[in-house]
Write a protein that binds this ligand. Structure first.
Ligand code: PAF
Length: 277
């Protein structure tokens, strides 16, 4: 496994490999867990070489405290990546990526950026798109892999690639869950014991909502989920919506393209999840 800190050294290597190999890319912010490893495994099965980036991107955090407290476990991450036979790891500094100007570009994604997370995390998707575009320019992958837990992010990155006409195939990968159903996330390690115990309630509720939707209206389901969380002593619902998978606009009409999207505070940790309905 080769580890690179500089853009120039990584690009030099990739240019030489690209002549005869397909390149897959898995961007991460580190604190790697089994969900990340499943993306890497899929990438390995479909490509000759896999590049993983580890970079906690400051411009996508709307909350300074969240950025400061974001788990940073570089040594353990590198060990794990070596174990799963990752080919190349890119671990740049903020300066290497942004130079002196640690700011986002401004994007429009046909309104995708204004729904759900866009309403609650100002500037988040400008930050995500800025870093993903920059990393795509550096790595020039044939395919890039993203988890469906961040479903809105995945749709926005597909749109980014279309708008910028980048020759990269975006692959969405299924949500990897703990045994009790909690969607894997680097933030899970920050949950208190009590909140970790409560957190599986989120996916349980999504699954029940899906079942109930068979014979109840969307409005009834929205009301039911809100009521369930109001009664919960440790979890606070930020939003639950049922929306179209492509436009991400909320809907009260049942069809085949719906997904339930949820954001919940477990203490100060914000968790998101979603389910195909
Ligand atoms: O999903 C993430 O971990 C991040 O948003 C990403 C795509 C690595 C960009 O910083």
């Amino acid at each position: 496994m080769e580890v690179f800190n500089s853009v120039r050294s990584l690009q030099k290597k990739i240019t030489s490999y690209k002549k005869t190999n397909s390149i897959a890319f898995v961007p991460t912010m580190g604190a790697l867990h089994k969900g990340h490893l499943s993306l890497i495994k899929k990438a390995q099965s479909e490509n000759d070489l896999v590049v993983v980036s580890i970079f906690v991107n400051p411009t996508q955090f709307d909350n300074k405290e969240d950025l400061i407290k974001y788990p940073k476990t570089l040594e353990a991450d590198l060990k794990l990546l070596k174990k799963v036979k990752c080919d190349m790891v890119f671990t740049p500094t903020v300066k290497e990526i942004y130079n002196e100007d640690v700011v986002s570009k401004h994007y429009k994604f046909d309104g995708l950026e204004n729904e759900m997370e866009g309403k609650f995390r100002e500037g988040h998707f400008n930050g995500v798109a800025t870093i993903v575009q920059r990393l795509f320019e550096i790595v020039t992958p044939d395919k890039a892999y993203f988890g469906k837990k961040d479903f809105q992010q995945l749709q926005i990155i597909k749109k980014l690639v279309a708008i910028e006409k980048l020759p990269i195939k975006i692959v969405g990968c299924k949500i990897f869950r703990e045994k009790d159903g909690l969607a894997m996330s680097s933030r899970n390690v920050r949950l208190s014991k009590q909140h970790r115990k409560s957190a599986p309630f989120i996916y349980k509720t999504l699954k029940k909502a899906k079942k109930k939707l068979q014979n109840k209206s969307i409005e009834e389901i929205l009301h039911w989920v809100n009521k369930k969380f109001k009664k919960h002593p440790f979890l606070e619902l930020e939003y639950f919506i049922i929306a179209d998978e492509i436009t991400l606009k909320d809907s009260i009409v049942k069809d085949d393209n719906l997904r339930g999207f949820i954001a919940v505070f477990a203490g100060e940790i914000r968790l998101i999840d979603n389910i195909k309905l």
